[in-house]
Write a protein that binds this ligand. Structure first.
Ligand SMILES: NC(=O)c1ccc[n+]([C@@H]2O[C@H](COP(=O)([O-])OP(=O)(O)OC[C@H]3O[C@@H](n4cnc5c(N)ncnc54)[C@H](OP(=O)(O)O)[C@@H]3O)[C@@H](O)[C@H]2O)c1
Length: 160
């Protein structure tokens, strides 16, 4: 099963605000995110889920939280108490590909587990406290680069 991180990062490394807000709205990047993830499970932290406000359609939405009593009003959303459990659930369902969709705390834990990263590098700085973790470029091979008006999509595959 392929584990893929998908993220949009500002030039200064920012990915969001601690109050859950996304500091920018770039339609073309939302479209890329949707097109890429549709039909696959998406795993996210509780804070990211709450910032979305509702599950994203056409994808199994999986939330991780440490709160055993955490509940949502949507039947089709799965909740797990660890990232590992969420990933193992997908494996047990025979999924071929899953996406890790943030936020910062989840990316930090997922970066050592992922086989691939699809990073939209935005061409601007943004205000915010949540950053994408630093990673060693030497562990990753760039397999594609796609230029868009306000960003560039770089796809990395883990070496070996
Ligand atoms: N630019 C992008 O592509 C992008 C993508 C996604 C999100 N974002 C932004 O990122 C920000 C949110 O990131 P964040 O770091 O604050 O929060 P987050 O990673 O979305 O969620 C953190 C929460 O996830 C749960 N969690 C984390 N690790 C866990 C583990 N190992 N086991 C069980 N539960 C675990 C905890 O929930 P509990 O507190 O409930 O225990 C924790 O408080 C928002 O601003 C959002 O807009 C940006």
């Amino acid at each position: 099963m392929k584990i893929v991180i998908i993220v949009a990062v500002a030039q200064n490394g920012v990915i969001g605000r601690t109050n859950g807000e996304m500091p920018w709205h770039v339609k073309e990047d939302f479209q890329h995110f949707k097109q890429t993830t549709l039909g696959h499970p998406i795993i996210m932290g509780r804070k990211t889920f709450e910032s979305l406000g509702k599950p994203l359609k056409g994808r199994k939405n999986i939330i991780v939280t440490r709160n055993e009593n955490y509940k949502v009003e949507y039947d089709d959303v799965k909740i797990f108490l660890s990232l590992d459990e969420a990933i193992e659930y997908c494996r047990s369902k025979g999924e071929g590909k899953i996406f890790i969709t943030g936020g910062g705390e989840i990316y930090r834990q997922a970066i050592s587990l992922a086989n691939e990263m699809i990073i939209s590098y935005m061409k601007f700085d943004a205000d915010g406290e949540v950053k994408f973790p630093e990673f060693s470029e030497s562990d990753w091979k760039v397999i594609s680069k796609e230029a868009r008006e306000q960003f560039e999509i770089v796809t990395y595959e883990r070496k070996n």
